[in-house]
Write a protein that binds this ligand. Structure first.
Ligand code: AMP
Ligand code: GLY
Length: 424
């Protein structure tokens, strides 16, 4: 009989639910724990009431649970705070990059300097620690221009400015008003890239790197890419416009050089390295790196994984990723985010959710949900992901929307056009 390993997942969102669902398929995985999780994750894992950023609390929990054979750190903040370093120091097996490697996401200035030093294609940029200097630089350049907070800002620290006034307001809000706290005390000002956006997640142990199936996020709140930027309102996989040639170009000019660069910098990256890319007329360029699975990219990428996810995590931790082959299903997946009315601005919580019967090959990833008095209620901005896997993109879109149609809560809103611009 295969040995069963209990696993603790750190995080609360749809991404963590997708990871939990995939791990549950592995015959090597026994019991799942999740801190803190949500109502959906609670159906397949024991929820642990410790904040994902509470390094000491999580480490103490793992210390006192010798049955836990692996901790999967999914969100950016605990990675940047060094949760993996601390777990390893205490002799535990943890999946995710160490603090030094997580900088590739936690500091945009670090990521940009890395790309410059190693010739990895990205938008031209300058880093500023003075608002006046930033504005003087912007005054001399062209528009649109992109202003980014250096640190982690819940995906909201990027402002695309069409005019000098907008850019001045962005610099002021980040550097003088401190709307992103310390994350905005340093900023990156960069060239606006025109093109088509895609995401490539990769598995890497610091040496070997395997791209996952590509995906496309839909970041704006409203249909036709209108409205505010969000954490992501829906995703499709694979990316319909990614050709074999483009994929080779991305591997050769971006993916491999980045993994090599991190090693050369003494911060080998072990975990999931996320490449946010723009296909421009001058080739593919990096918009951003993340040090983790994307949300909601994970909800469409992992359902297409045929191989055992626990095995992949295990090999990455041991630096033996080259020993395995990773297989993907030749299908399409779609995730439509069902959000609270008002998101990404102020919204109400505590709405009762009802879900009808879900068809085969369709599923729901919970994000902001909680169980209360036997009912399912909303507890966040992105509440659920209505997902489907099918042979074609158009079929997957249809099924994901049929799934969305079975969910109800007051003031629920979602985009009606996820993936549709890619249909022929
Ligand atoms: P980020 O948080 O870095 O992913 O940025 C959020 C979104 O802003 C990205 O997904 C892009 O759509 C957009 N963005 C960021 N940087 C640029 C850029 N240099 N040019 C054009 N769009 C950008
Ligand atoms: N969906 C984008 C992210 O996870 O940052």
């Amino acid at each position: 009989m295969t040995e069963k390993n209990n696993v603790l997942i750190i995080g609360n969102g749809g991404r963590e639910h997708a990871i939990a669902l995939k791990l549950k398929e592995s015959d090597k995985v026994g019991k799942l724990y999740c801190a803190k999780g949500n109502a959906g994750i609670g159906e397949i894992a024991e929820l642990v009431d410790i904040d994902p950023c509470d390094i000491e609390g999580i480490c103490a929990f793992v210390d006192s649970h010798p049955d836990i054979k692996m901790t999967v750190v999914a969100p950016d903040d605990p990675l940047a705070l060094g949760m993996v370093d601390e777990l390893e120091k205490r002799g535990h097996r943890a999946f995710g990059p160490k603090r030094a490697a997580a900088q590739i996401e936690a500091s945009k200035a670090f990521a940009k300097a890395l790309m410059k030093k190693y010739g990895i294609p990205t938008a031209k940029y300058e880093v500023f620690e003075s608002a006046n200097e930033a504005i003087r630089y912007i005054e001399k350049g062209s528009f649109p221009v992109v202003v980014k907070a250096d640190g982690l800002a819940l995906g909201k620290g990027v402002i695309i400015c069409s005019t000098l006034d907008e850019a001045k307001a962005a610099v002021k809000s980040m550097m003088l008003d401190g709307v992103f706290g310390k994350a905005g005390s340093k900023i990156v000002v960069e060239e606006y890239l025109e093109g088509k956006e895609l995401t490539l997640l990769t598995f890497t142990d610091g040496e070997t790197v395997y791209p996952m199936v590509s995906s496309c996020d839909h970041k704006r709140a409203l249909d036709n890419d209108m409205g505010l930027n969000t954490g992501g309102m829906g995703t499709i996989a694979p990316c319909p416009f990614l050709t074999k040639e483009m994929e080779e170009e991305i591997k050769e000019k971006i993916v491999h050089p980045t993994v090599k660069a991190m090693k050369a910098e003494g911060a080998p990256f072990k975990g999931v390295l996320y490449f946010g890319l723009m296909a421009t007329k001058d080739g593919v360029k990096v918009i951003e790196y993340n040090a983790r699975f994307g949300d909601p990219e994970t909800q469409v990428v992992l359902p297409l994984l045929e191989s055992d996810l626990y095995d992949i995590f295990d090999k990455i931790i041991d630096g033996r990723l080259k020993d395995i082959d990773i297989k993907w299903r030749n299908k399409s997946a779609v995730c439509v985010i069902l959000a609270s009315g008002g998101y990404p601005e102020a919204y109400e919580k505590g709405k009762v959710i009802t879900i009808g019967e879900i068809d085969e090959n369709c599923f729901i990833c919970h994000a902001g949900t909680r169980a209360k008095d036997g009912k399912l209620i909303t507890s966040g901005g992105r509440v659920l992901g209505a997902c489907a896997v099918a042979d074609t993109l158009s079929e997957a879109i249809e099924k994901a929307y049929a799934t969305a149609g079975k969910v109800h809560f007051e003031k629920m809103h979602y985009r009606k056009d996820i993936g549709k611009k890619y249909l022929g």
